[in-house]
Design a protein around this ligand. Sequence first.
Ligand SMILES: Cc1cc2nc3c(=O)[nH]c(=O)nc-3n(C[C@H](O)[C@H](O)[C@H](O)COP(=O)(O)OP(=O)(O)OC[C@H]3O[C@@H](n4cnc5c(N)ncnc54)[C@H](O)[C@@H]3O)c2cc1C
Length: 387
Amino acid sequence: MIRTDVLVVGAGAAGAALGFMLKRAGKETLLLEMQDARKKSKLCAGALEGRAEKAFFAVFGATVDEAGLAPARLEAVRARFGGYELSKVLSRWTPGGQVTPPPEPRSIVASIRSLFRSGGRKVARLALRHAMGLHPEEGYTVRCLPRKRLDDYILGRYLSAGGELLDHSTVRAIDEERCVARCVNLVTKETFDVQYQKLVGADGAASIVRSLLDGRRQRSTLALEARVPLSGEEAVIRLTKGANGYCWYIPRGEDATVGCYYHDLTDNADVICRERLSAFSSEVGTSLSSNLRGALIPTNGDVLLRAGKNAFLVGDAAGLIDVLTGGGIHYALISAKALADDLVGGEPYETAMRSQVDFVKKNAAHGEFFFSVARSFVQKIGKPIVR
Ligand SMILES: Cc1cc2nc3c(=O)[nH]c(=O)nc-3n(C[C@H](O)[C@H](O)[C@H](O)COP(=O)(O)OP(=O)(O)OC[C@H]3O[C@@H](n4cnc5c(N)ncnc54)[C@H](O)[C@@H]3O)c2cc1C
């Protein structure tokens, strides 16, 4: 029997960040990871909003730049639907600092129409930025980096704080009364028991801890993504007909990713996703490479922070992800911080997370409405795409 203060299942961003903070506070922590934690590479576009950078600072006491992660700034985003696009959704934009071209002479009717359109574009851009979780005081910044660089840093901090890690291991059964988890090494098939004081599921969208304790898996959708060479400096988001979600091209300094993310899961979702992504890749001037992979993203705002008296969930396992954008790095870090504070005697986890949970649920509840408004914004007030 192994004994530990906190057993954390999943050595992703949430699990390793939590382990690091608990170790630093003097708690014995054991991290179980079903893959090889140092070699695994999480499928992720690697976009960090300003709030994710703030969460990173709250956890590590250093900025992402001080930590040497050097994310590239996303200078511009274009949102597309059909043959139209809304450019400058993000574009070196600072409040009050937009450069406007001198007005061209035109008829009164054309001027009034144009006034409505440009006002509408401003409102549309602001609405899109808000829905993306971007804030004016952070200058609406989004920076991007290869995700492995971030995960390696977080895991490295946990290990250098003396944290223990068991690779290729997972949990098979949980005895909540005795606080014992029956675990298994997936390579040797050897089983072992871990007695814990607290158990944390940080094992992502298909959390086994959540399904063992809550009796059901949370609803998730498929996302496909591939790493591709840079083919442009501006990000492109293509909203799709008849399905909530989008395809993306995200440049991140040395490389880029293309991917797609749809909420409507049908039996052949992978085939549909692949076809759409293939067409989109040609549109942005790249072709799908052989490293196309799939992963799950929680989709319905079904947030669960506590899964029993001594059991908690963080990050994707808790359903903490922004349903509109698929962004979850911020939530992984901020939930790890809030739970670590609680476990060392600070503010209760649920209280600290209240506003975050509200934001996630609100976006999930209004997802369908948001996507349909975004699609009509782009089509009605966007400009024809020039190739
Ligand atoms: C294609 C894609 C693109 C994305 N792009 C972005 C983006 O640009 N920006 C952003 O903010 N977010 C993005 N996200 C979301 C973001 O990656 C997640 O929200 C974030 O990684 C959640 O961190 P986590 O630690 O909770 O989960 P994960 O990073 O998924 O970590 C979970 C860990 O648990 C391990 N594990 C799983 N099951 C078990 C088990 N049974 N036993 C033991 N270990 C287990 C996994 O191997 C993994 O190491 C994207 C997600 C996808 C799928």
